[in-house]
Ligand binder design. Structure first.
Ligand SMILES: [Mg+2]
Length: 395
């Protein structure tokens, strides 16, 4: 079997009035860099790469540099090709767009390998510990409708948080970091009251703070029984991470802006995080996930991936998490304590909800792991064409 086509596809879905904000940026649209790899035997593999920035640089890395390296190769060797592409781009890559591009290729090759063998990716990764993964809702971003009422309450934010509980989630992640600490503390109090004491609450700052501000925010989070504090400080601020981890009881999570096992090694060695959050579509793909997870476990650190993007990204993460052992093993594993979670973004995103013929659906608070060969997904061509942007480079 040979690779005959490597096609990056830029998708954009404008959100209009449904736009929302984190501490770092506004989201007027959702976009994805999808990758389609075709073979001479008619199989088509799907990947996704890049999650945070514009998709064009990732598409350019694939189109101009990486695609010529893999055309004509047998796709049934994802680990070998991932290592080769990383080695070829090391001098100018290592982090960012090149690794995101390699991630997309890697995921598509695992999809093709699974399809060629008639086996789902989670079986190729060593076998499934579970056929569904406990999901947490990512939401409660900053929205224009989150205004105080006459009584000083935040009814729209409370309603949003409650809607996740009503949908079956028992774990919710909210944003902090955009507002002054007291105002964000009021938002955390509002969400905690809305969801009740039994629902697990997580908070994500998207590296909005310096260490001393994060420490103040962390103490507020602890007062509201928040279970993890995600990206409290800049990804480069390893000393800040370590200080917070030593000073706070809340678990420190991070890593969505980190790349490859080499990047995560620094986080682990320097005692920065309790929970590592590599993104499969950014940190090096499924091949690298296995290595980052192994490294994390040797440090006693849990690995719960960051998931953003389309249904392709979600499917890749579900296969990875299906094959992730309970950590640590117990006779009765509990979500978050020792069972992995899947991040299920609840912000508007047609690329997540419409792109797959069978989109991911929550069942009893869990997402089922796809069972078909490869990623076990089918991309809806009509939806693809609806959101597809013109090609970056002609020809
Ligand atoms: Mg995050």
């Amino acid at each position: 079997m040979r690779i005959t086509g490597v096609e990056p596809l830029i998708l954009r879905a404008p959100l209009g009035a449904a736009r929302f904000l984190s501490s770092q940026s506004a989201f007027p649209e959702r976009n994805s860099l999808l990758l389609r790899i075709e073979t001479d035997e008619g199989l088509v593999g799907w990947g996704e790469g890049g999650q945070y920035g514009p998709p064009e640089p990732v598409a350019a890395c694939i189109q101009a540099v990486l695609a010529p390296q893999i055309l004509g190769r047998d796709p049934r060797q994802p680990v070998r090709i991932q290592e080769l592409l990383y080695a070829l781009t090391r001098d100018f890559g290592q982090k960012g767009a090149y690794v995101e591009a390699i991630s997309a290729i890697d995921i598509a090759l695992w999809d093709l390998t699974g399809q060629a063998l008639g086996e789902p990716v989670h079986r190729l990764l060593g076998g499934a510990f579970r056929d569904r993964v406990h999901a947490y809702a990512t939401g409660c971003y900053y929205r224009p409708e989150h205004q105080h009422d006459a009584a000083g309450q935040l009814p729209a934010l409370a309603d949003e948080a409650r809607s996740y509980v009503d949908a079956g989630f028992d774990t919710i992640k909210m944003k902090v970091g955009l507002l002054a600490i007291a105002d964000d503390g009021a938002r955390v109090a509002c969400v905690r009251e809305a969801i009740g004491a039994q629902t697990r609450l997580l908070a994500d700052a998207n590296h909005a703070y310096n260490a001393y501000s994060a420490l103040r925010m962390g103490r507020i989070l602890e007062a509201h029984d928040v279970l993890w504090f995600e990206e409290p400080v800049l990804p480069e601020d390893l000393d800040g991470y370590r200080l917070l981890r030593q000073s706070l009881d809340v678990a420190i999570a991070g890593g969505e802006c980190e790349f490859m096992r080499y990047g995560f090694r620094r986080l682990f060695e320097q005692g920065c995080v309790d929970i590592a959050q590599p993104d499969l579509c950014a940190a090096g793909g499924l091949s690298e996930w296995v290595k980052i997870h192994a490294l994390a476990s040797s440090f006693g650190i849990a690995t719960i991936p960051h998931v953003w993007g389309s249904g392709v990204a979600l499917a890749a993460a579900l296969h990875a998490l299906a094959a992730t052992p309970p950590f640590p093993y117990t006779a009765l594993p509990q979500p978050l304590m020792n069972e992995p979670l899947i991040e299920f973004d609840r912000n508007p995103n047609p690329l997540r909800d419409e792109l797959l013929v069978t989109p991911p659906r929550l069942v009893d608070g869990c997402l089922p792991v796809p069972r078909g060969p490869g990623l076990g997904i089918q991309v809806d061509e009509q939806t693809l064409q609806r959101y597809r942007q013109p090609d970056l480079l002609p020809g």
